[in-house]
Design a protein around this ligand. Structure first.
Ligand SMILES: *[C@@H]1O[C@H](CO)[C@@H](O)[C@H](O)[C@H]1NC(C)=O
Ligand SMILES: *[C@@H]1O[C@H](CO)[C@@H](O)[C@H](O)[C@H]1NC(C)=O
Ligand SMILES: *[C@@H]1O[C@H](CO)[C@@H](O)[C@H](O)[C@H]1NC(C)=O
Ligand SMILES: *[C@@H]1O[C@H](CO)[C@@H](O)[C@H](O)[C@H]1NC(C)=O
Ligand SMILES: *[C@@H]1O[C@H](CO)[C@@H](O)[C@H](O)[C@H]1NC(C)=O
Ligand SMILES: *[C@@H]1O[C@H](CO)[C@@H](O)[C@H](O)[C@H]1NC(C)=O
Ligand SMILES: *[C@@H]1O[C@H](CO)[C@@H](O)[C@H](O)[C@H]1NC(C)=O
Length: 538
């Protein structure tokens, strides 16, 4: 009896110890303490208010490895509420950590809150940024790069080094001024410039002749698609937002708002400096930012002219988008081929057609999705769901297909069941490009086309090797179609990545649900969960 009990305790203790050992050995913890402050920056030569993280603009990069656990304490020293969202990080079973107003209360000024999440089964180039209002127009954004675990081979030789490029449009006005412009019913003007790592020109990447480097390029801007190219050098695409692509060679690549691409570049020419160019797409005039690719040891400056790129050619971009395809034999973050998931053979059980347009509600400018312009409730949707608080949202407060109106303010939540396989068509009724992002997931970008989508367009979908990513562009007066397997329970934000439109209502939430309360499908609320709105008295 005693022996059995001893053995039992021995086993339990040693298993717990082993478990802890393996959890540590396999999934390390990375700790961060980030102080968020205002500070003066002058990226375009004019002093303005910036949002700094630990004094830095852009914010510090997170360099991590698949399955790392992130424990990141945010100390909000701004004069307003603050949240960071982790774009492209899937937060499996854990929409609690997603950092948007639908899933958590904002961190009040003068306080701190600690994010805890795992970078589960993801490899690739991602980013973080402030999610409230237009704060991200002041900075606070940064790179989130996830490398593979040592046991997982990647489908290309290990590069000699790597560089991160945070590229985005920039305004000389601070976020409060930009918000006022929108609140008054005006659109934002053309940005004042484009920045690469916080500078319109002169940022230098130094490499050695004969070596191949990885360039991680993310569009951290709020409105403008960019074209990325390097003078005299072709670029080989290897990854988009966590999906290993067929390694096609390009002279330049379009990167739309909220998107990331990873490319390889070999420094194979005569040693000198070469211009790295990021120019705006679909704008008049064209805005440019340049950086330098410097061959170590050379002292020959880069020579003009800048390499030319596409400017307004929409068809060019759409054609290029269709060439982005998954390498079906490459590993994913786990050692199983991505191609083993035949998305093209799965029965779609719901189609959402989301049309979006500007409108006036009560005389002020708003943007709608299927005639509803989203307004954040005081109580985060996730908390309302968790505490069964009525009166915050209703399911299916938005129609699956564009209704005949009228336009209204609302809190749109699409109710879905865990494991539903959903087709979403984004129908762009505007002459401006759009970009749509879904939190918690990556989705298959199966089709792009001009004009009005009809069911007939399904014949043109790529049902074999479309890339799976988290942000898709929708060309002017065009449509884009995605397929998504809703296998991550939670409350997930589907939004325009064009931030002024998101701010003015072009967003909604997808509630992915089942009736089982279990940590196998969704984690419980974190211990430090903040309570606000109607959840405060629960
Ligand atoms: C705030 O930071 C302290 C440590 O600096 C930490 O113990 C505490 O949990 C944090 N608060 C929240 C709500 O995460
Ligand atoms: C696809 O991945 C395989 C396996 O890693 C790699 O050997 C191959 O070069 C890749 N093919 C292309 C076209 O990218
Ligand atoms: C880039 O690729 C194109 C097409 O593959 C080729 O014509 C061109 O010569 C290449 N340029 C350089 C600089 O390698
Ligand atoms: C950006 O560069 C292009 C040529 O690549 C040029 O036509 C355009 O005028 C430049 N824009 C500005 C604002 O200098
Ligand atoms: C318009 O404003 C009035 C008065 O503030 C308000 O009662 C009404 O609900 C508003 N309508 C919409 C669609 O928001
Ligand atoms: C509903 O939205 C569509 C675009 O999505 C728009 O064309 C239509 O005018 C709206 N209906 C009303 C009544 O506002
Ligand atoms: C949708 O399809 C999935 C997988 O094919 C299935 O598990 C689920 O029950 C379906 N849902 C509905 C509402 O039909």
């Amino acid at each position: 009896m005693r022996l059995a009990r001893f053995l039992h305790i021995f086993l339990v203790v040693s298993l717990a110890w082993l478990g802890a050992f393996f959890a540590n050995a396999e999934d390390p913890y990375r700790y961060f303490n980030w102080e968020v402050t205002y500070g003066t920056i002058s990226p375009l030569g004019v002093s303005q208010q910036g949002i700094l993280i630990n004094g830095q603009f852009p914010g510090p990069p997170i360099e991590a490895i698949t399955n790392d656990n992130i424990v990141l304490n945010v100390v909000n020293k701004l004069d307003e509420p603050f949240l960071l969202t982790w774009k492209g990080i899937q937060q499996r079973k854990n929409s609690w950590q997603d950092g948007v107003l639908g899933t958590q209360c904002p961190i009040p000024p003068g306080t701190n809150w600690t994010y805890k999440f795992q970078l589960k089964d993801q490899i690739g180039t991602f980013m973080y940024f402030p999610s409230i209002g237009l704060q991200r127009a002041d900075g606070g954004f940064g790179a989130l790069n996830i490398a593979q675990r040592s046991v997982i081979p990647i489908p290309y030789p290990t590069p000699f080094g790597e560089f991160t490029l945070l590229v985005g449009d920039w305004y000389k006005s601070d976020h409060k001024a930009l918000q006022q412009t929108l609140d008054k019913g005006n659109l934002l003007p053309l940005p004042d410039g484009i920045l690469i790592n916080g500078r319109p020109n002169g940022f230098t990447f130094t490499g050695q002749r004969g070596q191949t480097y990885k360039f991680r390029v993310s569009n951290v801007g709020i409105a403008t698609s960019i074209n990325f190219r390097i003078q005299g050098h072709n670029i080989t695409l290897v990854e988009v937002e966590g999906c290993h692509t067929l390694q096609e060679v390009y002279e330049s690549l379009d990167v739309h708002v909220g998107q990331s691409v990873t490319v390889l570049v070999t420094l194979q020419w005569s040693p000198k400096d070469y211009f790295v160019v990021c120019s705006s797409r679909f704008t008049k005039p064209i805005l440019n930012a340049t950086a330098l690719l410097h061959y170590d040891g050379s002292n020959t400056p880069a020579s003009l002219p800048l390499p030319i790129g596409p400017t307004y050619q929409i068809h060019w971009s759409m054609k290029q988008a269709r060439t982005l395809r998954t390498n079906l034999t490459a590993n994913a973050a786990r050692p199983n081929p991505q191609g083993s998931y035949h998305y093209g053979t799965i029965q779609v059980n719901r189609t959402l057609i989301l049309a979006n347009a500007p409108t006036k509600i009560n005389g002020t400018l708003r943007y709608t999705v299927n005639n509803v312009s989203y307004v954040d409730p005081d109580t985060p949707l996730k908390l309302a769901d968790y505490f069964n608080i009525p009166g915050v949202f209703t399911l299916n407060s938005i129609k699956d297909t564009p209704p005949s109106g009228p336009d209204a303010l609302g809190t749109s939540v699409v109710g879905t069941m865990l494991h539903d396989f959903v087709e979403i068509i984004f129908q762009n009724t505007e002459k401006a490009i759009q970009s749509w992002h879904l939190d918690g997931y990556s989705f298959y970008t199966v089709g792009y086309g001009s004009g009005q989508w009809t069911p007939d367009m399904r014949k043109r979908y790529n049902m074999a090797d479309a890339v799976s990513r988290d942000t898709v562009q929708v060309y002017p007066l065009s449509w884009s179609a995605i397929l998504v397997s809703l296998d991550n329970k939670g409350m997930w934000n589907l939004r325009s990545a064009i931030w002024s439109k998101q701010y003015l209502g072009q967003q909604l939430y997808i509630r992915v649900w089942n009736n089982e309360k279990s940590p196998y499908t969704e984690y419980d609320a974190p211990q430090n969960v903040l309570l606000c709105g109607k959840a405060k008295s629960s």
